[in-house]
Ligand binder design. Structure first.
Ligand SMILES: C[S@@+](CC[C@H](N)C(=O)[O-])C[C@H]1O[C@@H](n2cnc3c(N)ncnc32)[C@H](O)[C@@H]1O
Length: 241
């Protein structure tokens, strides 16, 4: 049997007839990750304390209720946190977290090209969501302009002691793209502590944030517990276990 499998594999290497599937390969990949998402939902939906599954209408503002729930449950409004946001745009979510934490020792770092998406995402073209760097008058907040792939490594080097602190990290993944999300998660992995929180803003997009999450937990053997979600898991928050 093994010899037969090896023969077929070698045959396909020399005569790559699987090329005929190339036009539908991305649809096959979508089905694969969409099925993994469905399996994930049915495995986890009953254990998540705060959720709205199934809700027929998605309301983007509902994510604010999610932030509120998580902040109250983890006392994030008064305790010191290290907040890192990947995908800031005009700063709507960044400002929410900045304005809803009163601890003077908290830090807020937001990463973005501020020139929009570096590649197409669904119906959005490269460059969409371009925005000026938001104006903030809170000394605790900072923005790092550029591709995460160009800026995060230097930030980690410079802020190593900050990232190594046991202060709770709240990591907000809102870059939409698989590439950006996968890159940021892999870079931050060494600094994650039990109790840190990771928010995904487009968790249920199968080929992007979900795929990045799915590969992250698999490749890094990390246990992330889903604790809250809204909009049918579009926005989902995890606690590092
Ligand atoms: C959905 S918007 C962020 C929305 C924002 N958090 C809010 O609540 O209003 C996504 C942002 O991610 C940024 N982005 C995506 N991939 C990136 C990358 N690799 N490096 C830097 N910024 C990226 C885009 O520039 C875009 O501004």
């Amino acid at each position: 049997m093994l010899r037969l499998i090896k023969f077929f594999k070698d045959f396909l290497l020399v005569f790559p007839i699987t090329f005929i599937f190339q036009p539908i390969a991305k649809y096959l990949a979508f089905i694969y990750y969409f099925n993994r998402l469905i399996i994930w939902i049915f495995k986890n939906k009953n254990s998540i304390e705060f959720k709205d599954f199934y809700t027929p209408l998605r309301k983007y503002d509902r994510r604010l209720k999610l932030y509120d729930f998580v902040s109250d449950k983890h006392q994030l409004k008064t305790t010191a946190i290290n907040y890192l946001e990947f995908g800031v745009a005009s700063g709507a979510s960044f400002k929410w977290w900045l304005n809803n934490n009163s601890n003077p020792n908290s830090t807020f770092n937001g990463f973005d090209t501020f020139e929009g998406l570096p590649e197409d995402w669904g119906t959005y073209n490269k460059g969409a969501m371009s925005s000026n760097m938001p104006q903030i008058d809170d000394q605790r907040g900072h923005f790092i302009k550029g591709l995460f792939q160009d800026t995060l490594t230097a930030f980690i080097k410079e802020k190593n002691s900050l990232l190594n602190q046991s202060t709770k990290k709240v990591i907000h993944m809102d870059a939409d793209l698989y590439s950006a999300t996968a890159f940021a998660l892999s870079q931050l992995y060494p600094f994650l502590n039990k109790g840190d929180l990771i928010l995904f803003d487009e968790f249920s997009v199968a080929m992007h944030e979900f795929k990045a999450y799915d590969e992250f937990v698999h490749n890094f053997y990390i246990n992330l517990k889903p604790i809250a979600s809204v909009n049918n898991f579009y926005q989902t928050v995890f606690e590092v276990m």
